[in-house]
Design a protein around this ligand. Structure first.
Ligand code: GTP
Ligand code: MG
Length: 663
């Protein structure tokens, strides 16, 4: 048994390595800040089981954002026997900054010199033996995405963990600071801290708040000593960083040969176009538009029919079977209307969802995502928002839960809260079936453009609300943004397919759990009390819906069916379609949901209903995440309520203005 932690700069390939070692399927993307939580996995090497932790990326151990704090806390806790420091070989100078920090901390470090394939392509020659000697620790060349060098890496890591050796480096920070360090060291002398005193001393001189707290607790240093150290830190802080870079320069100097003149790479050429000052945003819009068009072309026209037919076919067979075995009427009705009419309808849209996420996965893996955030930065800043917010917004397209988690990378509290509050306006996968069913009913030949407009409308609403929050709710300064643009990389087919499958699996799982429960519950309410016509207004469900329906009268869809479906959607968004499918499947045997919708909605009320579903209260899972991340019930309730009101206002506006215009 042993414990290994994967530590490194963002986007250096930690999760790729983690997946390769453990066979897990954690999310990988070609932009910094994909992993924001600690993940645990296991693997066996030579009959021994090891536990590996994949950590969020971090540039230094002075942590600012939530995700970096996760990484730092784990390293500080000393819970791993050895740290594998994943280093991007094409960017040694910056990556080794973290390495030197780890070494100063005295933890056992083995360097995985990753992305060696790209280093080679760029004609960067690295003498691994010299590098290893200079650092005083094992260095192993790897290409995590192609499983290269992993055996060797693990062997060295295990060996090093078992050995009695510890890293020893000695960075000189210049006479003056070194003297200061010694002085503090002697103050800390009496300690039994698990960290080397020298490291603590350096961190104090860097003005690291956390370490001040730690020292205050463990050493009982007098207040005035601490505050005099703090004053000195203000003077020395930058010098310390400079000295570290100088130290790294020396290490690299004798070990690395770089081409004298860097050639213009393909990445540079593409970036000249896609990150262009004026064309950048239009190009992003065009890419999204093309993706939606392709989604319909492939998902609907090629695949859609099959799944629909398949669901219908299975539905018939099951109904036959139920008749054959003389099952009670209520069971037949539940299965026909609840399961096949409700959940089955959602299922028919799976091909479209899968195709859409295939394309979004490709955007993530190539590295275009980082560019999208980069080109949006100017606009975001003009609105008082942080550029990284846009990354969390794109992540929210998949699901708002990881979208909200992704706001952890924003290190300023204000920026983070705003990013979190506007995330639900990003259309998530679960809302897609609602859009698709209404598109099929009212705009069948303009699917791509309607979908594009819905997504764009979500983005615009998010930006407008962000601006409002930044102006009225949070007064702090927003911090500035440095987005690293990673090189474009070919997506790894295996991962794209896996993440698509994840989506399907996720849906199946939800269909079998939360959506099933909601459908079952509402089905019961829709056939009770005994003797009433099922799914009629006289059923309990119909009566509850009728009481609430007037809320939506001004928006044009004040039917009890639409009302209960919207409220069910707060449990899980797929439930909106499932419930509509169920109550309308009951109206007349065999009526398809699409036909039923065409009868009760008009194109105008369909649009106002879509706007409502896009904007109103996010699902329970999202609210739970908001509660967890903000640790505040107040913000959670705020989120639930303000989105509902906003959705309602927009839906009412659309309907009323549309009616005035004669739609
Ligand atoms: N060419 C090349 N690409 C790699 C290699 N290892 C990982 N990648 C790619 O690098 C990108 C980032 O990989 P991740 O594993 O998500 O990086 P990470 O370190 O976990 O990033 P964060 O979670 O953001 O800190 C992905 O596009 C990977 O496919 C490698 O050895 N060579
Ligand atoms: Mg990662």
């Amino acid at each position: 048994m042993g414990t290994i932690a994967l530590v490194g700069n963002p986007n250096s390939g930690k999760t790729t390595l983690f997946n390769a070692l453990t066979g897990s399927n954690q999310h990988i993307g070609n932009w910094p800040g994909v992993t924001v939580e600690k993940k645990e996995g296991k693997f066996k090497y030579k009959e021994v089981q090891y536990t590996v932790f994949d950590l969020p990326g971090t540039y230094s151990l002075g942590a600012y954002s939530e995700d970096e704090i996760v990484a730092r806390d784990f390293i500080l806790s000393g819970s791993s026997d050895v740290v594998i420091n994943v280093v991007d070989a094409t960017n040694l100078e910056r990556n080794l900054y973290l390495t030197t920090q780890l070494l100063e901390m005295g933890v056992k470090v083995v360097v995985a010199l990753n992305m060696m394939d790209e280093a080679r392509q760029k004609n960067i020659e690295i003498d691994i033996n010299t590098l290893s000697k200079n650092l005083g620790i094992p260095v192993i060349a790897t290409v995590a995405s192609k499983n290269k060098g992993l055996e060797d890496l693990i062997e060295k890591a295990v060996e090093y963990a078992k050995s009695g050796e510890y890293p020893k480096i000695n960075i000189s920070y210049g006479e003056e600071i070194d003297r200061e360090i010694e002085k503090i060291e002697s103050l800390l002398d009496s300690s039994n801290s698990k960290y080397p005193n020298k490291w603590l001393a350096v961190k104090l001189l860097e003005g690291d708040e956390e370490i001040f707290k730690l020292v205050e607790k463990d050493f009982e240093l007098p207040r005035d000593v601490l505050s005099s150290i703090k004053e000195k830190a203000a003077v020395y802080e930058l010098e310390i960083v400079d000295r570290r870079y100088a130290f790294i320069g020396n290490i690299i100097g004798s070990a690395v040969k770089k081409p004298i003149r860097e050639v213009e790479t393909l990445t540079d050429k593409i970036d000249k176009v896609v990150t262009h000052k004026y064309f950048g945003i239009p190009i992003f819009a065009i890419i999204m538009f093309v993706i939606f068009q392709l989604t319909f072309a492939i998902g609907q026209d090629l695949l859609g029919g099959y799944v629909g037919d398949f669901v219908g076919f299975i539905g018939e067979k099951v109904a036959d079977l139920l008749t054959l075995i003389n099952s009670p009427e209520w069971l037949k009705s539940f299965i026909a209307e609840g399961i096949f009419g409700g959940i089955g309808t959602v299922f028919e849209f799976i091909p479209l969802i899968v195709v859409l996420y295939f394309f979004i996965g490709i955007l993530e893996d190539t590295g275009y995502m980082a560019r999208a955030a980069y080109v949006m930065d100017g606009l975001m800043r003009a609105l008082g928002l942080h550029g990284k917010t846009f990354i969390s917004m794109i992540v929210g397209f998949g699901c708002n839960v990881p979208g909200i988690m992704a706001t952890r990378t924003l290190d300023n509290k204000k920026d983070r809260m705003i990013a979190l509050l506007i995330n639900p306006f990003m259309s998530c996968g679960a809302r897609l079936p609602i859009y698709l069913v209404f598109i099929a009913a009212f705009f069948p030949s303009h699917g791509g453009i309607v979908l594009f407009l819905l997504y764009a409308f979500g983005i615009i609403t998010a930006l407008v609300m962000g601006k409002i929050f930044s102006k009225f709710l949070f007064k702090e300064e927003s911090s500035h943004f440095i987005m690293e643009l990673p090189p474009y990389r070919l997506p790894i087919f295996k991962y794209v397919v896996r993440s698509m499958w994840d989506k399907v699996w996720d849906f199946l799982y939800r269909a079998g759990s939360i959506i099933f429960v909601v459908v079952a519950l509402l089905w019961v309410l829709s056939v009770l009390p005994f003797g009433v016509e099922p799914y009629s207004q006289e059923s309990i469900l119909g009566r509850i819906g009728t009481i609430l329906a007037p809320i939506f009268k001004p928006a044009g869809f004040g039917t009890w069916q639409a009302t209960v479906s919207l409220f069910a959607g707060i449990a899980a968004k797929e439930a909106v379609v499932a419930i509509l499918g169920m109550v309308y499947a009951g109206v007349s045997e065999g009526t398809e949901l699409i036909l039923a919708l065409q009868e009760v909605f008009t194109p105008l009320t369909a649009v106002s209903f879509l706007a409502m579903t896009l904007l109103y209260t996010p699902c329970a899972a999202v609210l739970g995440t908001v509660k967890r991340e903000t640790n505040s019930i107040k913000w959670t309730i705020f989120m639930a309520v303000y989105t509902f009101i906003l959705g309602w206002i927009v839906a009412v506006l659309i309907y009323q203005v549309g009616r005035l215009l004669g739609f």
